[in-house]
Write a protein that binds this ligand. Structure first.
Ligand code: URA
Length: 182
């Protein structure tokens, strides 16, 4: 079994925070175990909780559009979230929940060792940076891997017109190996 395949069973059995009490399904993430690009979102929403798959609701539709515009698709990347279980009512995950779940993300990133991590939104960006950060901040490194913060697709659903365009340009740049070093 590949190291990445060992993470999902641990996520599915996880009781590290209270979110396991209200989840229908934990959402470990999916994609290539040897992906060059890993996308990290915030936390599953309702459709993800129902299906156990990341980014399959409305935000996922926008993410798929941004991937396609950047010349990518899901089969080429690995998609996961900072928090693997749905916060009730889609509220923002608490610092304790993000911290409790961070072991799973760290294991995934250690197993995949991608060339670049695209952090979708402030929760993923701040977790990976280790301090509060903004989605328009400069790239930084997480355990030696380049992290590029960008907008979360839900920002577009909330009326931010720049969000999809910024995601597309971030994903295009992430695809380009020559621009991939810190
Ligand atoms: N929003 C996220 O951050 N992740 C998902 O999987 C779905 C919506």
């Amino acid at each position: 079994m590949k190291k990445i395949d060992e993470v999902a069973p641990r996520v599915l059995a996880c009781t590290r925070c209270g979110l396991h009490l209200s989840r229908r399904n934990a959402v470990p993430g999916e994609g290539r175990g040897d992906a060059e690009i890993v996308l990290v979102g915030e936390a599953p929403g309702r459709t993800e909780d129902e299906t156990g798959r990341p980014f399959v609701g409305r935000a996922g539709g926008l993410l798929d559009r941004a991937l396609a515009e950047a010349g990518l698709d899901r089969s080429q990347v690995f998609i996961t979230n900072a928090v693997k279980c749905r916060p009730p009512g889609n509220r923002r995950p608490t610092g304790e929940e993000v911290e409790a779940c961070s072991v799973h993300l760290a294991e995934q990133l250690d197993a995949i060792r991608p060339r670049v991590i695209v952090a979708l939104g402030a929760v993923a960006s701040s977790l990976l940076k280790g301090c509060p950060t903004r989605v328009d901040s400069e790239p930084f490194a997480f355990r030696g891997i380049r992290v590029v913060p960008t907008y979360h697709p839900a920002a577009a659903l909330h009326g931010n017109r720049m969000a999809v365009g910024r995601m597309v340009s971030t994903l295009r740049a992430a695809k380009e190996p020559t621009r991939g070093s810190c």
